[in-house]
Design a protein around this ligand. Structure first.
Ligand code: KG4
Ligand code: ZN
Length: 354
């Protein structure tokens, strides 16, 4: 391994995906975009499918089983050994406590035994940094950042990879969570996003006038629980009682298309307001919902109307993966390493709010 290159390991276990990635950057670390030499994700979808959502205890146990094989596979694919690693980076927040602890324990153990720095990264900074990884030729900062995933719907003003100011987020469900819950209501599979997108192709997006909460509110706040309830009433009647009869495939397609458009309208308009308000010329999007084609088309059209460049990484970088920990290169360059007493943080850390 050459002396002017730093090879480091990234670990991701914030929710239900066990990820490990090998990344490479300059040594000594400088601000630059690391190269992804390998990225392995062991998905737990099959384990959580029958529950229609992530079961925290099931997730932690699966991480324990998968973490070492996934790290081994990432090293193998990158054709490196543990002794080539010059640092270990891990997402320590936010996420499910039991899941986060598995990744952090693995990372601490490796950093201690190999005698290399440990770097703690924020999963949401990682989701936004995925845009920089996806577009390494240019700087994506300063930018407005939108993270839309199963756990988060938040807007950020980012001066750089480690400087994200939280502008606001959802007051109840995350956008991806709404996709998952509505899919379950419609008898579709898990995760719900891709399923809703698939059936919505045959539906009429104007069939149902679902609410678009806070769309005219200047504040960067989102709410999807009213929309979810409106879908429930549309499918099961005003009293919410199940009639016993499954909705017809026509109804499923129309509800899915109308629901998808309602979510996309809100995400696009709230992002437009923030772009204009903060005068941003670049827009970075992260999180699993960014895989949605209708959302991609509409947010890209809006950005070009507003004269902003939009960065949406390839789908494999949008959803949870350990290459997100590549943001650690910027932390190493800034001398921000962690000591072995560091713990995980389950909740969202909102700059300025503690
Ligand atoms: O970022 P991610 O992999 O995990 C979290 O950090 O939450 O996002 C997963 C979420 C799920 O809620 C899933 O339904 C949603 O992203 N998702 C989609 C699509 N693909 C995944 N939502 C809408 N359309 C899609 N095509
Ligand atoms: Zn995520």
């Amino acid at each position: 391994m050459s002396h002017d290159r730093l090879v480091f390991l990234g670990i991701e276990t914030t929710c239900d995906e066990t990820g490990a990635a090998v990344l490479e950057g300059p040594h000594p670390p400088a601000v630059g975009v690391p190269l992804i030499r390998s990225s392995v994700v062991a998905s737990q979808i099959a384990l959580h499918e029958r529950f229609g959502g992530v079961v925290p205890e099931v997730a932690s146990r699966a991480h324990v089983r998968q973490i070492i094989p996934v790290i081994d596979e990432a090293l193998k694919r990158a054709q490196v050994t543990l002794n080539d690693l010059g640092a270990v980076a891990v997402a320590t927040r936010p996420g499910l406590v039991g899941s986060l602890v598995v990744g952090l324990t693995a990372a601490k153990t490796l950093a201690l035994t190999l005698g290399v720095p440990l770097v703690a990264v924020d999963h949401l900074e990682g989701h936004l940094y995925a845009c920089q990884l996806g577009f390494p030729q240019e700087s994506v900062y300063p930018c407005l950042g939108l993270v839309v995933s199963g756990g988060h719907t938040s807007l950020y003003r980012c001066a750089g990879p480690l400087d994200a100011e939280w502008l606001g987020g959802t007051t109840d469900d995350a956008a991806g969570e709404a996709f998952d819950k509505v899919a379950s209501l419609l008898g579709l599979g898990y995760p719900g996003g891709p399923e809703i997108e698939r059936v919505a192709r045959d539906g009429n997006p104007q069939a149902y006038a679902f609410p678009r909460s806070h769309i005219h509110d200047e504040r960067s706040i989102f709410s999807f629980s009213g929309l979810k309830t409106a879908v429930l009433y549309a499918v099961r009647g005003q009293d919410g009682r199940e009639s016993g009869a499954a909705p017809s495939s026509r109804m499923v397609a129309d509800v899915a298309a109308s629901f998808q458009d309602a979510v996309v309208d809100v995400l696009v308009e709230k992002t437009r307001q923030a772009l204009v308000r903060w005068g941003m010329r670049r827009l970075c999007i992260g999180g699993g919902v960014a895989a949605n084609h209708r959302f991609r088309e509409r947010i890209s059209a809006m950005a070009s109307e507003e004269g902003a460049v939009v960065y949406i990484p390839p789908i494999s970088l949008c959803t949870d993966n350990a290459a997100l920990a590549g943001v650690a290169l910027a932390k190493l360059a800034a001398g921000q390493t962690a000591d072995l007493s560091i713990d995980v943080t389950a909740g969202l850390v909102r700059p300025g709010r503690g």
